[in-house]
Ligand binder design. Sequence first.
Ligand code: CAA
Length: 283
Amino acid sequence: MDPKIRTVAVLGAGIMGNGISQTIAAAGPYLVYMVDVAQAILEQGLESIKKSLGRFTKKGEMTPEESEAIISRITPTTDFEVVQESDLVVEAIPEDLALKIETFQKLNDLCPTHAIMGTNTSSLPIASIAAATERPDMVIGIHFMNPVPVMKGVEVIKGLMTSPETVQATVNFVESIGKIPCLALDYAGFINSRLLSIYINEAVLAVMDGNPPEEVDKGMIHTANMPMGPLKLLDLIGLDVHLKIMDILRNEYGDRFLAAPLTRQMFRAGHLGRKTGRGFYQY
Ligand code: CAA
């Protein structure tokens, strides 16, 4: 681990933020502030962490005492100013560039000078976020995958102005929490979202052609060894999240990222996947 990183502030207690908080706290020496604007989201986030830890204890991979110790290292709070005590920030707020820029301006004003300011964005430019601060060399992409406690890879994205020292410290940190850092450049969608979103979009187009979702998924699991079919994965990611990524990538790369009309229809109907109980499957 990097001796300079002890306290981490995770901004956002949603599905990504709570998973990131859990994973960092589970690594041992770190203290985690899980920050959100709403108390109710913090409570939901904590519930989700307990549920996930319950899966590890049930399997005997973790004792109830270890699980308690992990929870005790996480401080849920609505007080943004805790970033003043943080050596690393991992921002996991909604995927909205204006909101991220505003947040990084606040981080710029409050964080200690040695703090690394990371963003978990899946598709927004690191350079635009970094340029909003007076220390763009300390801003970096740290893109975790859903479900965070079980997914090994974390994209580490170097913006144009990110310093090599920040990249190295981030790589060290990611390794210290038991994950595999995967380096990506700051082009829209980096590697993961760029490739995965095309694959998922093509699966929705196949459904529009008349293929049943179950068959599309079964096909990709058994003929391509995917751990989960693309439509079930879309339900896990959330149709709203996927659609936002598609729109950002279309803006950058053109119509090869044009979202399947069915995705937009389902989004409008509120069928966002697991989180709303209905997507390509019922939950
Ligand atoms: N917390 C703890 N453990 C969890 C968990 C969680 N939240 N979710 C799943 N698990 C564990 C289960 O307990 C189970 O453990 P065992 O195998 O030891 O019993 C294991 O993971 C597998 O779970 P399931 O049996 O319930 O289901 P599964 O076999 O289908 O696996 C999966 C689930 C790990 C999610 C697997 O299907 C998978 O890897 N899918 C692909 C996920 C993926 O591609 N994620 C990236 C999405 S893109 C992204 O996140 C980026 C973005 O910005 C949009």
